[in-house]
Design a protein around this ligand. Structure first.
Ligand code: ATP
Ligand code: MG
Length: 546
């Protein structure tokens, strides 16, 4: 792991050495309105990374103060995705559990003359808010007495008013250069059922009021969020100060969100794809959700490695999709067992070979400890059609008429005859096995440059393979709209012939299909009907200079 510190860790170091904090406490606060995506992985790695580095704590807090769009399915998926990434929270909390605390904070502000009930409509509030160049206009309700405000606020809570009839506003400064400080709304009337609190409440706190209270109440020391909230920080500080939470007050720190080329980072749009049936669900292997990425076969270690390498910064930027792929490839090159799969089979009859045998083939030359599997070999095998040329170009090292090639882990074969149909298409090869050419005990003296994959015809399995691409096409002619960039060809289904050992693979097992790419066994597999998802190709297209 990179030991250099990022700017957030510099702030924490300073707070620890000045004595402002003695223990570091962070939190990850997802809104349970969808599945987590790769962008959330960055936030998770930052928050749980700090917990690990500083021996601190990190809470998982569901930010469920908005009653409308939340769902228990999302809560469960978020928990399982965080654990899959390798993190464990200290406390599991729901912001809606603190509605009473938030209500009490609002009452405290009213008593301090720092909040008032307003009868203005959302439209009137917006119109009076002013602009960056002009101060706002004070609300006609701004100078209501504390007693009247308390009475009206309790009536709001008790259901006296319909939705939108009244709001509670913080009394700060209508001339502030920061628009967020111009008497922001902190409570609204909303007669809606909440998944946690049911019909107990018909008023709900606004995010900018609720979030700092949640942090302060839990004793969070460093509240890390994305840059969009930078302008909200003065309000955050105002809320924790005026609600008189104990020291040390939580400190909001903003970082640049993760953007990746051709990758959708919005739960709202991902939900749209699911709802419209454009994908097989939230965990479709093409989805940039953590569930999708997991089903796609990306190892969690590779995601953490990626987040570490892209670093933490204050400037928004876009990371190339190929960088993530290259982290995944690097991991799989070390960890994935090699197997042989033939996508475009061409039958080869070994005319002089009788019987059958079991060959011992090494699983991964890159592994620290070598393991082997048994691969059957007999008279009829398949090779990939692309590994044979009837009229080869110069320096062609794979199979050609009267040529030699090595079958990986087996023998050198010689092509005696290419059988063709009436149209001249090759339908079958008739070959002979070179004596004494067995891999590992080769004394035949024939040097061959080409090594190709193959499968035994009598024992191989017919498998289904999903070839996958991004859900979005490249930005072209300035078109950035996701709907117009939707890649209708992002999943192609092909069949292939796989060596017998794959029949004992389990869903989630990852392999390198030799000379082709990395693949994972999907949970849609049934007994002898295997389905694989393409994880990533073999070749790296990441260009760090780009
Ligand atoms: P979305 O717009 O996809 O719903 P969000 O920001 O509303 O995302 P939350 O559930 O509120 O999602 O996010 C939980 C945490 O994850 C927040 O702290 C948020 O800042 C962080 N987060 C969300 N998207 C990204 C991203 N692309 N990069 C880094 N952090 C992110
Ligand atoms: Mg959100």
């Amino acid at each position: 792991m990179d030991e250099s510190k990022n700017f957030i860790e510099d702030i924490i170091d300073a707070d620890l050495s000045s004595g402002k904090v003695t223990e570091v406490y962070t939190r990850f606060p997802p809104e349970p309105n969808g599945y987590l995506h790769i962008g959330h992985a960055k936030s998770l790695c930052i928050n749980f990374g700090i917990k690990a580095k500083y021996g601190g704590k990190c809470n998982l807090r569901f930010d469920d103060t908005n009653p409308s769009k939340e769902d228990a399915e999302y809560v469960e998926s978020i928990k399982s995705d965080i654990r899959w990434l390798g993190f464990e929270w200290d406390k599991l909390l729901f912001a809606s559990d603190y509605f009473d605390v938030m209500f009490d904070c609002a009452v405290k502000l009213i008593n301090k003359g720092l909040a008032y009930v307003s009868d203005e409509s959302a439209e009137e509030i917006r119109q009076r808010r002013g602009t960056l160049y002009e101060p706002g206009i004070e609300s006609p309700d701004r100078n209501r007495s504390v007693e009247e405000n308390l009475k009206l606020f309790y009536e709001m809570r008790d259901g006296v008013y319909p939705d939108g009839a009244k709001v509670l506003r913080a009394k700060i400064d209508m001339a502030s250069p920061n628009l967020n400080m111009r008497d922001p709304v902190i409570y609204r009337v909303l007669h809606a059922s909440h998944h946690n609190t049911g019909d107990k409440w018909c008023i709900y706190p606004m995010y900018d009021f609720a979030h700092p209270i949640e942090d302060a109440y839990e004793g969070i020391t460093h509240s890390i969020c994305t840059l969009e909230f930078e302008d909200h920080r003065p309000l955050y500080d105002w809320v924790v100060r005026e609600c008189e939470f104990p020291q040390p007050l939580p400190q909001q720190i903003e970082f640049a969100r993760l953007n990746i080329t051709n990758t959708i980072m919005s739960k709202r749009y991902l939900k749209k794809l699911v709802d419209e049936g454009k994908v097989m669900g939230w965990d479709d292997p093409r989805m940039p959700t953590l569930s999708g990425i997991r089903r796609r076969g990306y190892p969690p270690e590779a995601i953490r490695d990626f987040c570490e390498r892209i670093g933490v910064s204050k400037a928004n930027s876009e990371v190339q999709e190929s960088y993530l792929e290259s982290c995944v490839r690097e991991n799989l090159n070390r960890t994935a067992d090699r197997v042989m799969v033939v996508f475009d089979p061409l039958k080869v009859v070994l005319t002089d070979y009788e019987g059958s045998e079991e060959l011992s083939v090494e699983n991964n030359a890159m592994a620290e400890v070598q393991t082997y599997r048994s691969v059957p070999f007999s008279k009829e095998i398949y090779i990939d059609r692309s590994d044979f040329e009837l009229t080869p170009p110069p320096k062609y090292y794979r199979l050609k008429p009267d040529g030699y090639v090595r079958l990986k882990g087996a023998y050198i074969i010689h092509c005696d005859q290419a059988v063709t149909d009436d149209n001249g298409n090759v339908t079958e090869l008739r070959c002979s096995v070179v004596p004494n050419s067995k891999s590992g005990e080769d004394t035949c003296g024939i040097k061959v440059k080409g090594v190709i994959q193959w499968v035994d015809a009598s024992t191989c399995a017919d498998v289904t393979v999903r070839k996958l691409q991004s859900l979005l096409t490249d930005v072209k002619d300035g078109v950035t709209d996701f709907n117009e960039r939707f890649n209708a060809d992002s999943m192609r289904i092909v069949t292939a012939k796989a060596e017998r050992s794959l029949l004992s693979a389990k869903a989630g097992d990852r392999f390198q299909f030799m000379r082709v790419g990395y693949y994972v066994l999907d949970r849609d597999s049934r007994d002898d009907k295997l389905v694989f998802n393409e994880i990533v190709g073999l070749r790296d297209s990441f260009n760090p200079a780009k």
